[in-house]
Design a protein around this ligand. Structure first.
Ligand code: FAD
Length: 509
């Protein structure tokens, strides 16, 4: 007997929707058993802001067998090696947040925490970011690749990330979705099976209902499908008070030297992003309207930049996540599932990790054996993921600024109790990988490799716990030698790397 083909409908044709469709298609072992559609409204725009990714995006690109140079050319992308944090400390000093991990290249001796090189640097009172290849590349405007005859070769095993134009990314991904049905219509409601509570059909404004076996809600802030099946929103407003985003674009100061990092510039009542794509800087002020009006926020930006800006619109943000991302036969992804202020580019990263988890739950298994247990496990993992992101972002505000009402509020009462407890612990104990429960499947997550450079950058990690950790003279000297040798290797790699501008030109842009 032939099995009925299952239909998975992805509703929404933004970044989340197309990534979901392509990843599910790739993962489906039996292409005849599962049909995948993207149902997209031609009248509802995507969120439409420039975006920074994390390194997992490159891994997914390669897994989907998409050509990197073509992707860069078609989406106007630039390389991203990390974030420059400006103005987050009370003394006004800046710091780098590189996304590579030097410890991964020099394993620690048994019984010593794997982030030993970072601790060697902390013990010596030196900035840990300086040990990173990616910091060198950001400072020098380099690419991380060298020329070998006519080809480029990577100078390290690390994946870089990207900045790209969101609208062009959507077009690029949809162009690659050759065996995915693309249905242009607006979904207006759902048909529900009275017995199981499952969604059986998508009611559309201008055509017959679409029968479905499983729905992925990627309708952005509208949450058009998951809200029909009783979803509840959990707000992080108490720890992440920024609730408005004011995007605008700038011309590049020097088109021949486009930055290879995201700028996160702290402002009086929030912070401003600077995301370089090839033909412009996508910028925006994310602010708390309890502390500044939109008019004053624009004036503050213009004063800071010394020029007028053309604000594109104001986006309302309700930082939070769904209590349950997956209800019955509907799972929400992307902005429909959660959104936090865009510091540290957690949104697309979260979507990609969630897709890997969803595929691991058996969604594209030809027999379609999705169990309640799998759903509950998935919901717990996703809740933990986004809660951890919120904690990490909250920690960025612990630099002690008190020069405006917003910063006084953040410093005096804005850091969450659980984050204060961690900070207190790390005053006397070293920050080690064991402080972070491993994420399922060892999928990339916010752990010590991200916390440590940020807290060191904010000046919040004292030397003494690191000194105690590398107390043994042999270990201390080995850690120092390994760190110095690695830094030398990275210096010579950075010297060989072609510039970011030359790399972009080679992609044919
Ligand atoms: C200010 C800001 C800055 C950001 N910066 C970053 C960043 O630097 N890094 C990062 O990782 N993320 C960032 N994000 C988040 C990122 O933009 C999203 O994760 C990503 O674009 C995915 O969006 P989406 O596909 O979920 O939603 P959207 O782009 O909003 O797409 C929604 C889709 O659903 C469709 N749709 C809606 N309703 C219906 C309906 N009823 N029927 C049919 N179709 C429907 C629309 O037509 C559209 O195609 C930022 C977000 C904001 C707001």
């Amino acid at each position: 007997m032939t099995q009925k083909q299952r239909h998975i409908a992805v509703v929404g044709g933004g970044t989340a929707g197309w990534l979901a469709a392509l990843m599910l298609r790739k993962a489906a072992p039996d292409k005849r058993a599962i049909r995948i559609s993207v149902v997209e409204s031609p009248n509802i725009p995507t969120v439409g802001v420039g975006e920074g990714s994390t390194a997992i995006f490159r891994q997914v690109l390669l897994d989907l067998e998409l050509d990197e140079a073509e992707f860069i050319r078609d989406t106007g992308a630039t390389l991203k090696f990390g974030i420059k944090h400006a103005g987050w400390r009370k003394d006004g000093k800046n710091y780098w947040g590189p996304i590579d991990d030097p410890n991964a290249l020099r394993p620690a001796p048994p019984s010593i925490p794997s982030n030993w090189l970072h601790h060697a640097r902390l013990a010596a009172g030196k900035p840990v970011a300086d040990l990173h290849l990616f910091t060198m590349l950001m400072r020098q405007g380099k690419s991380g690749l060298a020329m070998d005859k006519d080809d480029t070769v990577p100078l390290s095993p690390y994946h870089h990330a990207y900045h790209f134009d969101q609208a062009r990314l959507g077009r690029f991904l949809s162009g690659k979705a050759t065996d995915i049905h693309h249905i242009l219509t607006e979904v207006d409601g759902v048909e529900i099976d009275g017995e199981t509570g499952d969604i059986t059909g998508l009611v559309c404004v201008d055509r017959d209902a679409i029968e479905v076996d499983f729905v992925i809600d990627c309708t952005g802030f509208r949450r058009a499908i998951i809200s029909e099946v009783g979803s509840r929103w959990r707000s992080y407003g108490d720890m992440l008070p920024l609730n408005k985003a004011m995007p605008f674009w700038l011309d590049h100061a020097d088109p021949a030297r486009i930055p290879n990092f995201t700028l996160a510039q702290a402002m009086g009542s929030g912070w401003m992003w600077g995301i370089p794509v090839q033909d412009r800087m996508g910028c925006g002020y994310v602010f708390s309207d309890a502390h500044i009006s939109a008019e004053d926020a624009q004036s503050e930006i213009e004063k800071h930049l010394g020029m007028t800006v053309d604000v594109r619109r104001i986006i309302n943000i309700d930082p939070g996540r769904l209590e349950e991302a997956w209800i019955g036969n509907c799972c929400a992804l992307g902005l429909a599932q959660s959104f936090l202020e865009p510091l540290e580019a957690t949104s697309i990263h979260g979507t990609l990790v969630q897709l890997i988890l969803l595929i691991g739950s058996g969604l594209v298994d030809p027999r379609g054996n999705l169990t309640d247990a799998a759903r509950q496990t998935y919901n717990g993992q996703v809740a933990r993921q986004v809660d951890d992101f919120a904690d990490f972002i909250n920690m960025h505000y612990a630099g002690g600024r008190t020069d405006t009402g917003f910063w006084r509020d953040m410093t005096h009462s804005g850091i969450a109790a659980q984050q204060n407890a961690k900070l207190k612990k790390w005053q006397s104990a070293p920050l080690v990988p064991q402080d972070f429960a491993p994420f399922p499947g060892r999928l990339p997550h916010v752990e010590e490799q991200l916390y440590l450079p940020v807290l060191n950058g904010l000046g919040l990690l004292p030397k003494s716990p690191s000194k105690a950790l590398v107390r043994d003279v042999g270990i201390r000297s080995s850690a120092r030698k390994n760190a110095d040798a690695l830094q030398d290797e990275f210096r010579s790699a950075a010297a060989k790397a072609i510039s970011h501008a030359v790399y972009l030109a080679r992609t044919g842009t």
